[in-house]
Design a protein around this ligand. Structure first.
Ligand code: ATP
Ligand code: MG
Length: 426
């Protein structure tokens, strides 16, 4: 069989829908790429074979192909097929329909879930074909996107070219409709289609561009990068629960520090953490800025060493100085005690923060614990200290005190850290 490898980078930015263009396909045969069947989960292979044997097209696609190519371990294995969700479910007993935004199928195995999605159509095309089935907000954001299509449609509705490679199990070849293979080799993050349209459809793609660039150590293509600061404001329309999920991926998957710097650079950070943004200084050296650098570097270090990380600690630390500042302002203005102001301020900081990022209650409860214990840590009372030592959140709270002492370099805080660490050892 003869394979054609076509360089179609120029075309990628112009694609809007498949009907007015014949999308050239590049087929990369097995001997031209390093993806091996041995690195693919057995369950994913099973699903691919089952679908194929039943007469459907089915491919491994997305992040798993990208990560395998880069020699990284994929987080999960996603499959795209021309079988509808109902047809998929007829084949597998362990099958569940999920998803509000998209109708997806989860095939559950004992230790793994394989996500299978039916090829989806490109949005613009769908808009023309059937105005009733798709809704776009004023901003151009997609509100529903669940119309089936063919593999070409599916390829161009994905976010980045490197996320749009399809692995075929029958001949182990890769199918590439958007020059993703070339971009993967060159370490380039490039949106498929017109960035202005694609970011408006789903502004989270801006966060994903930064995340993948940092995680995979890649460059963001100029066109893809250019519109991010201009369209950053669109993140305001994203549900805060989705931004919580996304922020965990941004800050707690091993490249949090680098990602934070890039989010600031691209004007995105302020949409996620407006309270923090308000307190940034020209020299970037306030205790708040120093503690954020420190906690994110520590988080990256813990992840590299397979240690657990808790979003509650991360958010409590990042928001500590905005909380302290608000408490001081409130107690001066209203003549309340520091303690009273502190409690009102905790509520204020959390409710403001949850407008952009909806931190689930189980984490905000821990954040409150960590914050309140800061006040108790200020009074070290010899033997009575034992009670506080037993508090389940003592260790996390003490860690925050240590970080504060580190960035503030105040004699009083350093002394307290010494006293508490001795108590902890005894
Ligand atoms: P990882 O799981 O490692 O974070 P991923 O690329 O697998 O990265 P997922 O969120 O699991 O990311 O999505 C799977 C695939 O779905 C992506 O590779 C991409 O092809 C497509 N996709 C995900 N989010 C979007 C989006 N917002 N717009 C368009 N396509 C998307
Ligand atoms: Mg994935």
């Amino acid at each position: 069989m003869e394979y054609k490898i076509i360089k179609n980078t120029q075309l990628v930015n112009k694609i809007t829908h498949t009907s007015d263009i014949n999308i050239p396909i590049s087929v990369i045969p097995r001997d031209k790429h390093l993806i091996s069947r041995r690195d693919i989960s057995n369950n994913a292979l099973k699903v691919l074979y089952y679908l194929n044997n039943a007469g459907y097209e089915a491919y491994l696609v997305g992040g798993s192909i990208r990560d395998l190519f880069l020699g990284k371990k994929p987080k999960d294995f996603d499959i795209a097929t021309n079988a509808t969700p109902e047809q998929i479910c007829k084949l597998f007993r362990n099958c569940h329909l999920v998803g509000r935004r998209f109708r997806l199928v989860h095939i559950k195995f004992s230790y793994e879930i394989i996500e299978v999605s039916t090829f989806r159509s490109s949005h613009e095309q769908t808009n023309i074909i059937n105005n009733n089935k798709i809704h776009q907000a004023q901003s151009g954001m997609l509100l529903r996107d669940n119309i089936f299509g063919n593999i070409e449609d599916d390829a161009i509705r994905r976010d980045f070219t490197i996320n749009s490679l399809y692995y075929k199990i029958n001949d182990f070849s890769l199918r590439d409709y958007v020059s993703g293979f070339e971009d993967l080799k060159n370490g380039m993050i490039r949106l498929i289609g017109d960035p202005k349209i694609r970011y408006r459809e789903d502004p989270v793609r801006m966060l994903r561009a930064i995340r993948f660039a940092c995680k995979l150590n890649m460059k963001i293509d100029d066109e893809t990068a250019k519109y991010i600061p201009k369209l950053a404001f669109l993140l305001k329309d994203i549900p805060s629960a989705r931004l919580f999920e996304e922020s965990i991926k941004l800050f707690q998957t091993g490249q949090g520090f680098k990602t934070y710097k890039q989010l600031k650079h691209y004007n995105l950070f302020k949409l996620l953490f407006p309270l923090i943004e308000q307190n940034f200084t020209i020299n970037n050296n306030s205790p708040m800025e120093l503690i954020i650098d420190q906690v994110l570097q520590n988080t990256d270090y813990r992840i590299k060493n397979n240690k657990r990380v808790n979003p509650a600690f991360l958010f409590a630390t990042m928001l500590w100085y905005p909380l302290e500042k608000y408490t001081e302002r409130l107690s001066q203005k209203n003549g309340l005690t520091y303690y009273e102001s502190f409690f009102i301020s905790m509520n204020y900081i959390l409710s403001e923060q949850c407008r952009s990022i909806a931190i689930p209650k189980k984490f905000t409860t821990t954040m409150r614990d960590i914050w309140q214990i800061q006040l108790r840590l200020l009074r070290y009372q010899g033997k009575k200290a034992n009670k506080l030592l037993e508090h389940p959140k003592f260790k996390a709270s003490f860690n925050l005190l240590e970080l504060r002492a580190n960035v503030e370099q105040q004699h009083k805080l350093n002394k307290l850290v010494n006293l508490w660490s001795k108590a902890l050892i005894n």
